[in-house]
Design a protein around this ligand. Sequence first.
Ligand SMILES: [Zn+2]
Length: 110
Amino acid sequence: MRLYIICPDCDRKVYLAVTARNRHELMRKWSYEFNIETHPGRIYKYNVDKVRAERSGRSTGTGALVGGLVGLIGGPIGVAAGTGIGSLWGYNKDMDEQAQVDYFNSIWVK
Ligand SMILES: [Zn+2]
């Protein structure tokens, strides 16, 4: 999971170099309001309620790859089994991260 704000100049996501499970935790780290330099010399004031979370990547693909490599050691049958287990593991990881994202985005400080 990664956290971002939207740049008011170009509407692009600016990812924050901080981790937090929810906005209250982010507030404890950065206080309610904080400044972000979205571009050199362009500093904007944000607050934690403007921060949004999103999933950080395609872990389903990674899970399948890892499972496939592990299965490869065991021969052709191992490859099939490994890929299946890896996909399942990646799927579960995706679900967990989606739950974390929903949790972060659903709780507001103010
Ligand atoms: Zn921008």
